[in-house]
Design a protein around this ligand. Structure first.
Ligand code: BEZ
Length: 210
């Protein structure tokens, strides 16, 4: 069954390149990103994993753990990791789940049979400290993901978790944000001392509260 926004992220125990992982226990009260790539020793996936490894300091700054998944076994992942380091210049610094029996892939609905009946699509799940799913993304095998966008959405999610705000189109950390419609303009002005601009009664902006 599909995993939807607001659902509890299904728990699982899986073999990974860094040993056995019990997902909820491993994640603890941090944020987490679980992402799948279709297969080991494939070109797009190689570039993606190198990029995630390179961005790891950015994920750490955001208290976010990262875990990858591919249907191949752990021994294959370890051999592939050497290629990833050689080609991208960054060693893989996060666990990769081996899912040869497709247990986790099916749990998270990562196999879309009309795209490919044995390999996973490129799924991304962002899970909050409360273990609830905050974002899902699905990309096809042919298109590498933009991990700057994943960091950007993580920034937006973390800001909205902290303040009654949402983020407009193409927002980036530090830009003005939108005041939650649940707040009156009067309450918003006292909550956001940097000022509130009322463009429409339902569209009020304020400088980033961080
Ligand atoms: C790739 O990562 O390039 C890839 C993965 C699965 C099928 C085809 C290509």
């Amino acid at each position: 069954m599909a995993v939807r926004l607001g659902d509890e992220a299904p728990d699982f125990t899986a073999e990974t390149t860094q040993g056995t992982v019990e997902f909820h226990k491993w994640k603890g009260s941090d944020w987490a990103i679980l992402f799948s790539h279709p297969k080991d020793f494939t070109p797009v996936c190689t570039t993606e994993l190198g990029m995630v490894a390179k961005l790891m300091p950015e994920f750490r700054k955001r208290h976010t753990k990262v875990i990858g998944l591919s249907v191949d076994p752990v021994a294959s992942h370890h051999t592939w990791e050497k290629d990833i380091e050689e080609v991208t210049g960054t060693a893989v610094n996060f666990p990769m789940i081996a899912d040869p029996d497709r247990k986790v892939s099916h749990l998270y609905d990562m196999i879309h049979p009309n795209a490919n009946d044995t390999l996973t699509v490129r799924s991304v799940f962002i899970v909050g400290p409360d273990n609830k799913v905050k974002l899902t993304l699905t990309y096809p095998a042919s298109t590498g993901r933009n991990f700057d966008e994943i960091l950007r959405v993580l920034d937006g999610l973390q800001l909205s978790a902290k303040f009654p705000v949402s983020t407009p189109a193409n927002w980036h950390k530090g830009d003005d944000v939108i005041v939650a419609t649940t707040l009156s303009t009067e309450d918003a002005r006292s909550k956001f001392p940097k000022g509130v601009t009322e463009k429409k009664p339902y569209l009020r902006t304020t400088p980033s509260p961080e």
